[in-house]
Each structure stands twice: as structure tokens, then as C-alpha cells.
Design a binder for this molecule. Structure first.
Ligand code: GSH
Length: 214
């Protein structure tokens, strides 16, 4: 293991980067945090915009290459540590559905979520990337009902992405607290690593808030 093998995670607590950190821990990956105080607007300063022009976290740097976008990072990291058993191999029949549901997160779920959160009138079903909100969520509900995990009996990196997402979207009241979603999210949020990162996030977020008051 060289220094170059360590992963740098551009991070802010209680954000979409939290799921990436949980995944890194579940994979047993060597990583360092590059923390941005988003309350102080550090993500919009030139230094970070030179790394990610969108000013968003998560982003990771590994062996000199930069990866942004949660779903790309999720696939990349799980493939990097196959020994952790969180990614179906390329010839595993679950590989296609695994990629499907990870892509679904960014391509269908998030656009629907933001439309719903902003109370915007969605595009007509034939032009909307996610058809309509109820259909988009209904497809997920049907898949999760086959459980316990998205792809059946074994947890994958996709479940970390989705479990953390259901947790925060239900907390914000954007996704309804249906039993199937609640039980699914709890499978991830009850894990010691999620609990540990949540506690560390609360502490870091409080420090960030305090730093803004001085
Ligand atoms: N498309 C990005 C979105 C990431 C994103 O929205 N991150 C939020 C944190 S939850 C962010 O960095 N917001 C800071 C800002 O826009 O100022 C992804 O999927 O990774």
C-alpha cells in the first residue's frame, strides 16, 4: 500500500458525502478526509471549484484521478475492493440489475425528489426522465418488497447508497415512511458503521456551525 493508494474524500458532514464515507468504511478502504465547511461556503471558493466545478460533494481523488457524482463513486469504490463482497462481479447475473438500480438513483430518483421538494410541476410523463413520481417510487417499492436487499439476500454497495438515501429523504418528509422503505433503511442505518459516521457527522457539523459564529 503506497500513499497514492489512499483515497481522498472531499467531504462535508450531513450531506450526500456521508453515504460515500459509510461505503468507504464498509469496504475497509484506506482514506483521508478533505473537509469543507459548507456552512461557511467553502465549497464555492475557487480552491474547491478547481476540483469540482459544480461545488458539490462527494468527490474523491485516487491515484491522481478525480471522480465526482455519488453513483460513479459508489461503483468505482465497490469495484476497487471486490474482496469486501459488495459488488457483483462482471459475469454475475446480478451485475446488470446492480448497475440498473445505482443508475436509477441519479437518473430517476433524484430528479423526481427535487421536483417534489421544490413543489414544481413535473414535465409530462413522456418528457420527464422518471415518468412520474408515483410510478418511479412504485417501481422501487416493488423491487424492495422482494428483499431483504435490493438484489435479494446479499447486501451490495447499491444498498448503502439507497439505505442512506431513504433515511434522509424520509427524515425530510420527501419520501413517505412506508413500512417497506423504513425496514429497508433500518437494515443500513442500524449497522455500527452508519451509527459511528452519524455521530462523527453531528460533532463535525456542530464545529462547523460554531466556526461560523466566531
Ligand atoms: N450530482 C451530485 C450532487 C451532489 C450534491 O448535491 N451535493 C450537495 C450536498 S448534499 C452539495 O455539495 N451542495 C453544496 C452546494 O451546492 O453548495 C452527486 O450525485 O454527487
Amino acid at each position: 500500500m503506497t500513499d497514492d493508494d489512499r483515497i481522498t474524500l472531499f467531504y462535508s458532514p450531513q450531506s450526500r458525502a456521508t453515504g460515500t464515507r459509510v461505503l468507504l468504511e464498509e469496504l475497509g478502504a484506506p482514506y483521508d478526509l478533505h473537509v469543507l465547511n459548507m456552512k461557511a461556503g467553502e465549497q464555492r471558493k475557487p480552491a474547491y471549484l478547481a476540483i469540482n466545478p459544480l461545488g458539490k460533494v462527494p468527490a474523491i481523488r485516487h491515484r491522481g484521478a478525480l471522480v465526482t457524482e455519488q453513483v460513479a463513486i459508489c461503483i468505482y469504490l465497490a469495484d476497487l475492493f471486490p474482496q469486501a463482497g459488495l459488488t457483483p462481479s462482471i459475469d454475475d447475473p446480478r451485475r446488470g440489475p446492480y448497475l440498473r438500480w445505482i443508475a436509477y438513483y441519479a437518473a430517476s430518483f433524484e430528479p423526481a425528489l427535487i421536483d417534489r421538494f421544490m413543489q414544481r410541476t413535473p414535465a409530462p410523463v413522456t418528457q420527464s426522465p422518471y415518468a412520474d413520481y408515483d410510478t418511479m417510487l412504485g417501481a422501487l417499492e416493488a423491487q424492495l418488497s422482494t428483499g431483504p436487499y435490493l438484489l435479494g439476500e446479499r447486501m451490495t454497495a447499491a444498498d448503502i447508497l439507497w439505505g442512506v438515501a431513504f433515511h434522509w429523504t424520509m427524515t425530510f418528509g420527501i419520501v413517505p415512511r412506508k413500512d417497506v422503505f423504513t425496514r429497508y433503511a433500518e437494515r443500513i442505518t442500524s449497522r455500527p458503521i452508519f451509527q459511528k459516521i452519524t455521530a462523527a457527522d453531528a460533532e463535525m457539523a456542530a464545529q462547523h456551525a460554531a466556526a461560523c459564529q466566531t
